[in-house]
Design a protein around this ligand. Sequence first.
Ligand code: HEC
Ligand code: HEC
Length: 588
Amino acid sequence: MESKYFNYSNIKWGAMFNTQTRKAIKWLLPGAMALMFGMSSNAFAVPADPVKTELLDKGKQVYYKRCVWCHGVEGGGDGPAADRLFTRPRNFIQGTFKIRFTDSGELPREQDLIDTVKNGLPGSAMPAWGEFLKEDEIIAVVQFVKTLVQDRDFNDADEEVAIQDFGSNPWNTTGPHHLGIPQEAIDQGKEVFLKNKCFECHGGEGRGDGNPTMKDDWGFPIVAADWQQCWNFRGSRRDPYNPFNIVRTVSTGLNGTPMPNFKDQITVEDRWKLAAFVNSLCPRKNIDKLTNKPVPDFLISSEYTEGKVAETIDDPMWQSTDHDPKFIPRSEETKDNPRWNYIAMAGQITRGKRNFDPKVDNLWVASRWSAEDNAVYYLLEYHLRFLSTNPEYPDAVAMQWPAHLQDLFGAEKPYFIFGDSKKPVDVWQANFLAKDYNPTAPPKPDGYQLDVKVHEYNGNGFDALKDKETAPTVQVVDSIFKQGRVKVLIKRSLQTENKETDVQIPSEQFIPVSFMQWAGQDKEKDEHMAISTWYYTILKPALPQSLYYMPPIMAVVFFTFQGWLVWMTKRTRKMYDEGKVKRDIIPK
Ligand code: HEC
Ligand code: HEC
């Protein structure tokens, strides 16, 4: 049978049966299935947490002040902001909640809802209310949310929930979790991943690129989570590297989504190993407490490169991990390679066609430059599950520079979207479609070559973006789309002929630079895009920095050492003179 995702506990009880039948099936089916397959479950059933009616007045007030904009007057997930959001705000009416300790299809515990409201659902518009509301307000609004559920009843004594068995962290890690988890457990977790075919939805490298055709229970398109961006896990609870969160998801599934539970397929011990594996894929970065995302790396250092820079992405010269070296040290081979800088991307929502749900919220940049080549290289990389196949809406990524660096004083920068009348910008845009690409075909192990066209623009403001008429100066020397990740290697000479429109790039100077990105599959185009704020880049000096500060340090060390030598000699002589040292221990 077509059973790879079939799980009896995933059946939507509410939608399919009336209450009586629902209850009967609920009691009989697990027993019958357990008999059939000889399985048992360690979960224990308790009644759902009833509504605390005395808190409802207060909860209602909080709801209509804070939540109604997204979740709607009756909790139908249809507030005024709803249409602009992907993922859409939850419709509470069916009682479908993703992040729970309870079994698939069941209501959540009260504590699950409190934790969700407090920590938010990262990767969606649902804010972490712990920042804005007091604990008692959160508890109260959760009571009110429970009363918005119409198809189920938290007060019904028969509405039981089975708290799942999560075991406990076998390595006793409390964070940073990568330090205490042995590689062996991670490797075994990978076996569990392969055996249970998580890749069918999550992709071979876990970037969520396995299946482009999924829908949620309300008929809206949904994609599998990108494991390499664990900070966007809905249930990450502001602790994205904690394997517990993954054990919970795998044990309970996510109601309302195609994500099933695996409690009968995977033992609790194996779920922890699986979680360790999933967790190991997520780059270790400093996570910002407010945004729940990595702290951006605001300075992109371009490494000076002896000789020529390799013009292929696969070259060892470009290999390095996106882990912050502060958390996971680099390997011997990659330690001098440029670092991956994390750039935060957000929808452009100030002018024109706004973008409230950009497909891409991440961009990673590494850079090298070469005096011999007189050129600078930027390797841009971002996660995107599926590319466009429509030539009218190609995918695209761009870098934006101030066109006249010499006219900027201090920290001055042009307006961040296409500059302004006084401060023009130079925009390099790579437009591309993948060759022979079909998002629903099985993934190609080597990935897809990109058919790239480079556009260079001059910007003097939002409505004043012009194609440059001068000869092209920017090249894309290599590019690929593979397993849910785009990589584009851009090359540009440091100086160009046309000083009026092209940025002239000096070394050893902080230069503002920003990024833009368009997801063609979502029909993003022109100002309907994702943007970053201004970052800085600097072409690092030709000599390793150590050569600059080492001579003075050596001088200090040398003089100190000399002083010490003189002092020692004097002291020894004095001791000798005073007869404290016998003559024969002083070397002749
Ligand atoms: C800016 C929009 C927005 C506001 C305001 C908002 N939410 Fe949400 N909320 C969402 C979105 C979007 C989701 C669905 C995310 C998903 O399904 O991944 C959600 C989901 C939820 C869920 C479901 C959790 C689960 O486990 O499935 C609860 C409960 C919730 N919100 C409560 C609240 C409460 C209480 C407030 C007010 C204090 C609130 N929300 C305000 C956007 C919002
Ligand atoms: C049928 C497709 C499917 C399969 C198979 C599947 N997943 Fe998922 N998974 C999803 C979807 C869809 C989501 C995202 C749901 C959402 O956005 O709310 C998801 C989300 C997740 C998340 C993120 C949870 C969070 O807090 O947001 C984790 C972790 C996860 N899956 C792990 C796994 C593991 C491990 C396996 C294999 C044992 C697996 N999944 C198999 C579809 C699947």
